[in-house]
Design a protein around this ligand. Sequence first.
Ligand code: GAP
Length: 445
Amino acid sequence: MPEVANVMDRLVSLAKRRGFVFQSSEIYGGLGSVWDYGPLGVELKKNIKERWWRSMVHERDDIEGLDAAILMHPKVWEASGHLAGFTDPLVDCRQCKNRFREDDPRIKGSPGQPDAQCPVCGSKGTLTAPRMFNLMFKTFMGPVEEAAAVVYLRPETAQGIYVDYMNVLQSSRQKIPFGIAQVGKAFRNEITPGNFIFRTREFEQMEMQFFVKPGTDQEWFEFWREERMKWVVGLGIRTERLRFHRHTPEELAHYAKDAYDIQYEFPFGWQEFEGIHNRTNFDLSRHQEASGKKLEYLDPATTERFIPYVVETSAGADRTALVVMVDAYHEEEVAGEKRVVLRFHPAIAPLKAAVFPLVNKDGMPELSRRIFDDLRTRHNVFYDDGGSIGRRYRRQDEAGTPFGITIDGQSTQDGTVTVRERDTLRQVRVAADGLVGYLAERLRS
Ligand code: GAP
């Protein structure tokens, strides 16, 4: 599929060239499926995470925030089922020592049988029968590298919420139904990672666990499914590229009774970037059993005791950033020239405006600098006085900056500036004094 490769290749190349995303440890040849966010990428991802936090935690009375540690007691992963169940079936090639997922489409024949052919070295009969491989990264706590010191890097942030659920409940004086939200890193030793930042070994999740009375779980599940789609649409993503996918019984995770993915139509096909799961009381029951600590809720109204059910919303911050970048990426022709533009929603754009003195003389740099210094106290803005104005506009189009502010000869006379809108290319004259209000109105989400 050359076209698919082209779109992704062009986006990956733009991401590197403009400082959105770089390959980790690139000077050493890179580290497989680990990526770094450059100056523009870190702003984009931060804006996405902040917008999520605002809508989940600040704008709701019934959700509290949390930042749990990445390292947790190893018993957490026993209780959660990740040690036993968070596995992929893998096959090894005895000849070239490469390892593949059993369902790797490049494998010909049945692994473990003489007809099976290794997709890398081409040897026949060298692929082992499938064996289960756990996706959690292991490390050791303390100075001795022994079995008793093994700890894991969390493969999901959710477990930190479950084990802290009682602490949050008691300290915040919330009542059920209520939720706990968390943004943080998660790690999975993925065997078939790829597609840029779509599937990586280190990534960030934005997860919220909503604790409800058993019997009301399906209602809350539907509520959160709709809320999350509204939030995604609010990022400005094209709705025709969004859809729900309900999990079939075979697809359901070991903890889920029902689940929907929110999928986006990437150049490489429809794929999930957020999941809404009805996790029942699976996790809390398991932690109660394994820890011996009561995790029941006492309903003050009815004096009833129960282990809450959990509705989870789980989004990948990196995958959401990829959705945003892919959806924003446009190539078009303007006045006979190719223009590459990232049409980010202004509220999540890394830079909100760029300030350009038309020429570096006649009082224009001084006025431009004053305007820039005033705007930078409120927004992330950029100052660019290098090259022709057309080239400066193009650079900001590629960065996805929604507004370009040009200070010209007239500006020093009458105090007005030109504002160029990234998407419409419309240029309007605005009083420099009114710029703060002009931008505030347009950057409101
Ligand atoms: N707590 C539930 C959970 O972790 P999941 O469907 O395995 O559910 C949720 O993951 C989200 O986390 C996914 O929709 C995706 O956005 C993100 N995610 C999962 N694995 C990822 C990976 N290897 N690379 C990047 N993002 C990933």
